[in-house]
Design a binder for this molecule. Structure first.
Ligand SMILES: Nc1ncnc2c1ncn2[C@@H]1O[C@H](COP(=O)(O)OP(=O)(O)OP(=O)(O)O)[C@@H](O)[C@H]1O
Length: 216
């Protein structure tokens, strides 16, 4: 099992109510899951726990058999690097780096830089003519394609996408999602897509809704 969640709970400090009240989920390699739920239902929180960006209060968050819960920041970052890739709504590119350097950044950090794979990704994502530009010189759709290339370059086993097309118009969103799904599918990685869009969610074989702190 690639991802195993068991009875995961999370309450933010100073908050009166728990955000997650016992989330349980199994996700295998190659699975694509849409995660929906009302605003504030805890979708981003859950993604952060899975990505090791934050820790659960209790329960198990295991990736590839390793429970992240007892690990410290360094341990979680080590496990995340190269194993889990995150794509955000705001793209989160590094403004001072060129497209080429942005794309290579995480693969280098993970010690998994592969020039052939980066060439394939930039080619498939239509970035070849933009490699020497800076993020601010690109459209939103182009920036998200750079972010996808950057995330997929180290060949992660699990890709977490938090409203990845939330800043894009419908046609661009569809194109970007198609590219993301194709590229993730080809490597056999798993994908969790957080989205408000029923249209995008319906592209995924598996769909779950976060409600009252649990998945249904
Ligand atoms: N760092 C934080 N500190 C305190 N409370 C937080 C923090 N992050 C999120 N919350 C609260 O936790 C709840 C869940 O937030 P989260 O961002 O996970 O929801 P979401 O389902 O992703 O929402 P949206 O669809 O609007 O992005 C919200 O009530 C939010 O206010």
């Amino acid at each position: 099992m690639l991802l195993r969640l068991r009875h995961v709970t999370k309450t933010y400090p100073a908050a009166t109510a728990a955000v997650l009240r016992g989330v349980t989920l199994d996700l295998d390699r190659g699975e694509m899951l849409a995660l929906t739920g009302e605003s504030g239902s805890g979708k981003s929180t859950l993604l952060h726990l899975i990505g090791g960006l934050d820790t659960a209060d209790s329960g198990v968050v295991a990736i590839g058999g390793t429970d992240l819960t007892p690990l410290n920041d360094v341990g979680r970052a080590g496990l995340r690097r190269g194993t889990v890739g995150v794509i955000f709504q705001q793209f989160n590119l590094i403004p001072s780096l060129t497209v080429a350097a942005n794309v290579a950044f995480q693969a280098r950090l993970a010690g998994r830089h592969d020039a052939g794979r980066i060439r394939m990704l930039t080619d498939r994502l239509g970035l070849v003519d933009h490699l020497h530009k800076y993020p601010e010189q690109l459209s939103g759709g182009q920036q998200q394609r750079v972010a996808i290339a950057r995330t997929l370059a180290p060949q992660p086993d699990l890709v977490l996408a938090d409203e990845p097309t939330g800043n894009l118009d419908e046609a661009t969103a569809d194109t970007v999602m198609t590219m993301l799904q194709e590229l993730v599918g080809e490597t056999g990685a798993a994908l969790i897509l957080v989205t408000h869009s029923e249209r995008l969610a319906s592209r995924m074989l598996r769909r779950l809704r976060l409600h009252a702190g649990r998945l249904e």
